[in-house]
Design a protein around this ligand. Structure first.
Ligand code: ATP
Ligand code: MG
Length: 402
């Protein structure tokens, strides 16, 4: 049976729940079918991919929060946040909902979890009818720049509640007695008002815990944090964020009912973010896939930074604001960045034609030669010649030898 090995890989990825590998294998099957001349079947898979990536978007309509979910007085812009008595610094920042929601882009597993929580928070009665409470605490973890803080703001916006953000290292005072008091004051404040409490950089406490001189005192602080987290359950929603989930004490970890890992974005998620970050530029869409392929391994925050640099350079370079203009601008931007980790970016930075050769020879890459030719300005027949030259190979060898 044709393509059986790819189908097997799809099944394996699906069964293991690895959505990144699953997406990759489906794109591979589409490319194989297309190459074998099964154009209709390839188009069907393309349609399925498109509709599934649309399904992964969370609906941006505001959630009607159940009244029993959050308690307390309304925060106003005049409300003063609690302060550290030793330094006078605020223990938290307050952000009010502005009605302007940036919807984060996720892999489907993460979107489903967040959408599920929003649904719980709006359907409290249905949950009560079967004797359960909605989830009140969420731990978000993942690498830097993956959209963790953005997710917390998005949730608060969706719920129409102010977000009270405390950075844990901001609560830690050089006087540890003050730290426990700061934690208590922060939670008193959050419990008094109707809000979402966000504990950012949550691993800061774990790092202090490793200091042998502070062991006894830090234990007290962690205990006070645990107690406050337990009591908080009766008052409202709490979100904690960490980059280093392994540093967290299991007792702290257990306090959170739902854990969401936001990982590196896959090809589809990157394509979508790049399209968003390059707006208002509106080139033909295939260039987004090419840029996304090149920027594998980059976080959402990296992609945003690179897209901003591209727009700056493009605006001043006099190049056309289309696929070819963006392709060469990306090559120039990557050339100016400190050495990239990933191979495609390094190849594009040093030799755009070698990069074309790389994608044209990659069976997993979803675009046809004609689309690559159009998106990059090289044209189909030149892409075909470059493909045959395999000029990416010496560069890859040189990179591997480094
Ligand atoms: N998944 C995403 N969807 C859309 N935009 C994103 C995503 N991830 C990152 N970004 C962009 O990058 C910016 C920074 O993301 P954010 O501050 O939420 O990352 P973080 O995970 O909290 O990083 P850190 O660990 O460094 O605090 C966001 O404001 C957004 O513009
Ligand atoms: Mg953050």
């Amino acid at each position: 049976m044709d393509h059986f090995s790819v189908i097997q890989s799809i099944i394996r990825a699906g069964l293991s729940g690895d959505t990144k590998a699953f997406d990759k294998q489906v794109v591979r099957l589409r490319a194989r079918l297309e190459k074998a001349g099964d154009v209709k079947e390839a188009a069907t898979i393309e349609r399925l991919l498109k509709s599934s990536s649309e399904m992964k978007d969370i609906q941006p309509s505001r959630v009607e929060v159940s009244r029993a979910l959050v308690f307390g007085e309304a925060l106003t812009r005049e409300t003063n946040p609690p302060i550290d008595r030793e330094t006078g610094a605020s223990l938290c920042e307050i952000h009010f909902p502005e009605g302007e929601r940036i919807v984060p882009v996720y892999e489907s597993r993460v979107s489903e979890t967040i959408a599920g929580l929003l649904e719980e928070w709006s359907s409290e009665e249905a949950l009560r009818n079967v004797g359960v409470e909605p989830t009140r605490s969420l731990l978000i973890f993942g690498p830097p720049g993956s959209g963790k803080t953005l997710t917390a703001s998005y949730i608060a916006e969706q719920l129409g509640l102010p977000l009270v953000t405390a950075k844990i290292d901001g609560l830690i005072s050089s006087f540890l007695g003050t730290t426990a008091r700061n934690i208590a004051n922060l939670f008193d404040f959050a419990n008094r008002y109707s809000c979402v409490l966000l504990l950012d950089e949550f691993d800061a406490l774990a790092k202090v815990r490793d200091d042998p001189q502070e062991v006894g005192e830090i234990k007290r602080v962690v205990n006070s944090l645990l107690q406050n987290l337990d009591q908080r359950r009766a008052f409202g929603v709490t979100i904690a964020i960490t980059n280093h989930d392994r540093l967290l004490d299991p007792a702290v970890w257990r306090r959170f009912e739902t854990h969401v890992h936001i990982g590196e974005p896959g090809l589809l998620a990157r394509t979508k973010m790049i399209e968003r970050f390059l707006a208002p530029l509106k080139p033909e869409p295939p260039i987004f896939s090419i840029i996304a392929y090149c920027l594998d391994g980059h976080s959402g925050a990296d992609l945003e930074r690179i897209c901003i640099s591209m727009k700056r350079l493009l605006a001043l370079s006099g190049k056309s604001h289309d696929g070819p203009g963006l392709f060469h601008t990306l090559s120039a931007v990557l050339g100016r960045l400190p050495s990239q980790e990933n191979e495609p970016a390094r190849i594009l930075a040093s030799d755009p034609e070698a990069f074309i050769s790389l994608i044209a020879n990659d069976l997993d890459f979803p675009l046809k030669q004609s689309e690559i030719g159009q998106a990059t300005g090289y044209g189909q027949s030149r892409v075909s010649d470059i493909k045959k030259s395999k000029r990416h190979l010496p560069l890859m060898e040189a990179l591997h030898a480094q």
